[in-house]
Write a protein that binds this ligand. Structure first.
Ligand code: F6P
Length: 366
């Protein structure tokens, strides 16, 4: 509580950014100030700001005009974990310490009644542990990967889907002109949602997702059959986490001090080379990368982010903690934070969208 007797809440954005973070911050702050007369403190760079004591008071002016802005006005970090914070080096090895007690103390010093943690599964896992130490936390699920357990959808996904679909549309015309195989590698980590949905929306001939290991022969067959029928180009949408039957994912790099050290990427080039060698059809690869995380949020994401933000403010005002806001069947609900961490919402190989993709003759790699 603030010295003036008003309730005071904190808000942070953790993990990789995505479109719609600012829309949530605005939703939380505007509802808190105008509806519940609460004060709002922004924490800089996710949990890093709580560890390094960097905060900023959010007033009406600071959150005005940010609804349509990509990124996060608060900054973010996917390395800051109060339970495993790098404190030095022993030779080449980084040394970590648990600084969560200091974080809890700082939250008390700031007089925060509640903390809104906007992030992905890593952010939710840390939020769960902090809430077990007595911090009242409301989580808000974000990610372009759409892989957070407990919610039907995360904000950020729809905007990334638009970006990926537009890219596939553009790739389509050049593929047709040059009679090439064009491979588009999209993000998504271990979940194939982004590849599956952009592949359907963009009319991909082959869609490869992590949940369905692929057989390269089947993929090459599609290319060959299409050529035979006079369609001398093919579009292949591949998720960064896709892997061959009996094979492994392609790891691009390992970020040692990150909460989730594995960075995927490179599968597009791997299959591009294989397809060109096996079919003789000229092949090009486009990796969409962080383009998918940038730009203004779609109308859907702005609305979802605002719904999440307003609900989070309401929960903070009512003193509810240890929960994450979520969408279930179109309604905004809450799920226990403790249920979210350590799980992933993956594509079920029998999902209706897989049936739809197969229905129009799309190859899923098997
Ligand atoms: O989780 C979001 C995401 O963009 C993933 O799709 C991707 O694998 C990862 O983050 C990339 O992380 P970084 O921004 O650290 O390269």
């Amino acid at each position: 509580m603030a010295k003036n007797g008003k309730k005071r809440i904190g808000v942070l954005t953790g993990g990789g950014d995505c479109p719609g973070l600012n829309a949530v911050i605005r939703g939380v702050a505007k509802a808190s100030m105008s509806r519940y007369d609460m004060e709002v403190i922004g924490i800089e760079d996710g949990y890093e700001g709580l560890i390094e004591r960097r905060v900023v008071k959010l007033d009406w002016l600071k959150v005005s005009g940010i609804l349509t802005q990509g990124g996060t006005i608060l900054g973010t970090s996917n390395r800051a974990n109060p339970f495993r914070w790098p404190v030095g080096k022993k030779g080449d090895e980084i040394e970590f310490a648990d600084v969560s007690d200091q974080v809890v103390e700082y939250v008390e010093e700031l007089g925060l009644d509640s903390l809104v943690c906007i992030g992905g599964d890593g952010t939710m896992a840390i939020a769960t542990k902090l809430s077990q130490k007595g911090v009242r936390i409301v989580g808000v699920p974000k990610t372009i990967d759409n892989d957070i357990w407990g919610t039907d959808i995360t904000f950020g996904f729809d905007s990334a889907l638009q970006t990926a679909t537009e890219a596939i549309d553009k790739i389509h015309t050049t593929a047709m002109s040059h009679h090439r195989v064009m491979i588009v590698e999209v993000m998504g980590r271990y979940a194939g949602w982004l590849a599956l949905e952009s592949g359907i929306a963009g009319g991909g001939d082959v869609i490869l997702i992590p949940e369905i290991p692929y057989d390269i022969e089947k993929v090459c067959d599609v290319v060959a059959q299409r050529s035979k029928k006079g369609r001398r180009f093919s579009i292949i949408v591949v998720s960064e986490g896709a892997k061959p039957e009996g094979g492994d994912i392609v790891v691009q790099r390992v970020v040692k001090d990150s909460t989730d050290p594995i960075r995927l990427g490179g599968i597009g080039n791997k299959i591009g080379q294989e397809i060109e060698e096996r079919t003789g059809v000229e092949t090009r690869v486009t990796v969409l990368g962080h383009l998918q995380r940038g730009g203004t949020p779609s109308a859907f994401d702005r609305i979802l982010a605002t719904r999440f933000g307003v609900k989070a403010a309401e929960l903070c005002y009512s003193g509810v903690g240890g929960v994450m806001v979520a969408v279930r069947g179109g309604d905004i609900v809450t799920v226990p934070l403790a249920d979210v961490g350590g799980k992933m919402r993956l594509v079920d190989p029998n999902h209706p969208l897989i049936t739809v993709a197969r229905g129009v003759g799309t190859c899923l790699g098997n």
